[in-house]
Design a protein around this ligand. Structure first.
Ligand SMILES: [Zn+2]
Length: 370
């Protein structure tokens, strides 16, 4: 069966083109979560699904479902999917590739008149990156009733509109979040399958077009870390009197590099990144000791225990190094999320590689153990 049914790759090429055309802003794409960009992407996918004769429905939070009806309509279904929002100036394929792949699989099955045992759906998930609301997984978390209702007050970063008002404006309903009500029952899902572009360089480096993911790194992030010392004259203040925020921050980050190396040498999976690091541009100067830095420390790994241990080491080091430099290193709160994606305008994915992944997805769906 799998040999005769081929994924609808012409559909993929035209969908990627339509998505890029509708949402490209400058170099990257902008599919703002619960905004015009994400909606445009949903509209494109929905019309393509309907043109292919597939069932479509949208839940109260705007997640789109495209379904090929199975023989047993009440049996737990297989869901393929991914998100259709992007980060600001994101790439065309992060998220969209998974939705498009699912659609190509369903379209191919439908054209070949394959009737699966159970329903097979594609879920185009809302606001997964959710970069505009600073809380990830709004669509999927909301669908499973897992969101804290307080999130409805979170304001969209560019216009200050609350999530609740934004949902309302888009024609969706905040009530399920308020009631922590499930829109999707886990018992009704036989399997969830997702194709996603790789974030890291491994597949390219090793020459594989596609591969099965063995794990996704979780993330603990000190999002709003701050080191506070005292501004002073670079020539006049000797070491014993300095409270140099830059020197302390560098010492702290260097120490975390040695922590990373140690865990790595012990064979643990771990990556540490300080992707943002700045002095205050209104206050800093070439002949000033910096009195403040702000930075982010992003800790990722396959093991929650490793990340927890590293976060604890970061807190201890912040206290110790802060005291040594007479500054406060304040790691603020910790955000926990499991994020993935390539997140830049230069995302590259060849349609040939996409085809390998999509064929694998099709074979999996066609041969799924029931
Ligand atoms: Zn993604």
């Amino acid at each position: 069966m799998a040999g005769t049914v081929q994924p609808d790759l012409e559909m993929a090429a035209s969908l990627f083109e339509a998505l890029r055309h509708a949402t490209q802003r400058g170099r990257g794409v902008v599919r703002d979560s619960y905004g015009a960009g994400e909606q445009a992407a949903h509209d494109i996918v929905r019309s393509a699904a309907e043109a292919a004769g597939l069932e479509t429905s949208v839940d109260a939070l705007g997640n789109l479902f495209v379904t090929l009806a199975g023989r047993e309509r009440n049996a737990p279904r297989i869901i393929m999917g991914s998100h259709l929002d992007s980060v600001p100036q994101g790439g065309n394929f992060d998220g969209a590739a998974g939705v498009v792949a699912g659609l190509c699989v369903l379209s191919a099955m439908s054209r070949a008149r394959v009737v699966p045992e159970c329903d097979v759906s594609v879920m185009a998930i809302r606001a997964e990156e959710s970069a505009w609301f600073d809380i990830a997984y709004l669509g999927s978390g909301g669908a499973f009733g897992l969101l804290d209702p307080d999130c409805l007050a979170i304001e969209r970063s560019d216009n200050g509109q609350s999530l609740e008002a934004t949902l309302q404006q888009q024609g969706f309903d905040a009530q399920p979040i308020r009631e922590r009500r499930r829109l999707l029952e886990p018992s009704g899902i036989r399997a969830y399958l997702e194709l996603h572009i790789e974030q890291g360089p491994t597949l390219v480096a090793r020459g594989f077009p596609a591969a099965v993911v063995s794990g996704i790194r979780g993330c603990k992030r000190f999002r709003n870390a701050r080191c506070t010392g005292e501004y002073g004259h670079s020539g006049a203040v000797s070491r014993p009197y300095r409270r140099d925020a830059v020197a302390a921050t560098v010492a702290f980050l260097h120490h975390m590099e040695t922590v990373w190396l140690r865990h790595e040498e012990a064979g643990e999976d771990l990556v540490l990144t300080a992707g943002e690091l700045c002095t205050d541009p209104d206050m800093h100067g070439p002949s000033k000791i910096a009195g403040e830095t702000r930075f982010v420390l992003d800790i990722r790994g396959l093991s929650a225990a490793t990340m927890e241990a590293v976060a604890a080491e970061a807190r201890a080091a912040a206290a110790r190094i802060g005291a040594g430099y007479r500054v406060d290193i304040d790691l603020a709160m910790i955000f926990v999320r499991n994020e993935h994606g390539s997140h830049n305008a230069d995302e590259a994915m060849s349609l040939e590689d996409f085809a390998v992944g999509t064929r694998a997805l099709l074979e999996l769906v066609l041969n799924f153990p029931l």
